[in-house]
Design a protein around this ligand. Structure first.
Ligand code: GLN
Length: 308
């Protein structure tokens, strides 16, 4: 089995390697400066086998892949119901940074767009801002099975230029979705987006979700099994933003992308996969990330509706 999976990963890697389509995220200066050609692919099983191709030890920022993890911690801190009062679970069909709330419920449409993610950040428990970030950092580290750190340059760049996210924070405050200081919630969100990960880390995070919330290598619980289903549900319907329909048709896995070029996908009970390649399509999803997941899904028959 090991040889078969290694061969398929190698094949997909070679197939996608020369695809140079897409463009680097340039809405914050630091992201426009990353090496554009980085490419890695990693698969981790829910019992801890890891398969890798490319530079899977290179660090990059997690960006929006942090959103389901923070949402999970908010659910653990406040409970399913209290969180549902603030954040809906409907796909928005809008870009990730849309400045909008659902006109009827006046809530962010889901936790995977920025409005929902900033609300999740505002729900993280803690004594003070440092404590709240430390709880998030530790939570992400438990998923990955190693100590993660924040990229201070990316954080500073995002904090300097993140006017749109601040606008979203203040909109949320004006509708009483956020009841505390909106700038504090937005700052926590900037920090969480700036956490450094490798492709291998993302694959292990995905494998942790596949393994009902427990990291398969360290055996530490990152998320209670009862909450894993909710997190994977919103990843299924909303994780790839306005490309969610195309993704679920072609790849068929709960997933999340980030503008740092990472993509993480989960086959519950079985495997986690991750790809890193910084060139993005018009939705903000990694071009080679989407392509590699599609090819892997087809070759390994991972689509969750696939019947053999
Ligand atoms: N830090 C980014 C932002 O809000 C994350 C976006 C993303 O990865 N899609 O705006």
């Amino acid at each position: 089995m090991r040889n078969v999976v290694d061969a398929i990963i190698g094949e997909v890697y070679t197939l996608c390697r020369d695809n140079r389509a897409g463009a680097l995220a340039d809405y914050i200066p630091e992201l426009a400066a990353v090496p554009a050609d980085e490419f890695s692919l990693c698969l981790a099983t829910s019992d801890g086998f890891v398969y890798e191709a490319g530079s899977s030890g290179t660090e990059f920022t997690i960006q929006s892949i942090s959103k389901p993890l923070t949402y999970g911690l908010a659910l653990a801190d406040r409970g399913l119901e209290a969180v549902a009062e603030k954040i809906d679970v409907e796909p928005s069909g809008e870009p990730f940074n849309e400045i909008s709330l659902d006109p009827v419920t006046e809530r962010p449409r889901n936790p995977m767009i920025n409005a929902g993610a900033i609300t999740s950040a505002s729900l993280i428990a803690g004594e003070n801002p440092e404590d709240r970030f430390e709880r998030l950092r530790r939570c992400y580290s438990t998923y990955a099975g190693r100590e993660l750190t924040m990229n201070a340059d990316v954080y500073a760049s995002e904090a300097r230029t993140g006017h749109r996210n601040r606008a979203i924070g203040h909109m949320l405050r004006s509708f009483d979705i956020i009841t505390g200081d909106p700038d504090e919630a937005v700052d926590l969100y900037f920090r969480q987006c700036s956490v450094n990960v490798t492709c291998r880390d993302l694959a292990l995070m995905a494998a942790t979700l596949a393994n009902n919330g427990t990291n398969p290598l360290t055996r530490e619980e990152a998320l209670a099994p009862a909450l894993v289903e909710r997190v994977l549900s919103v990843m299924t319907s909303c994780g790839m933003y306005d490309a969610a329909g195309d993704w679920i048709t072609q790849v068929g896995l709960p997933a999340k992308s980030g503008v740092g070029g990472g993509v993480l996908a989960v086959l519950p009970g079985q495997i986690g996969i991750a790809v890193h390649s910084p060139r993005l399509d018009s939705h903000g999803n990694s071009v080679r990330g989407v392509q590699a997941c599609r090819e892997l899904s087809r070759r390994l028959e991972l689509h969750f509706l696939h019947v053999t």
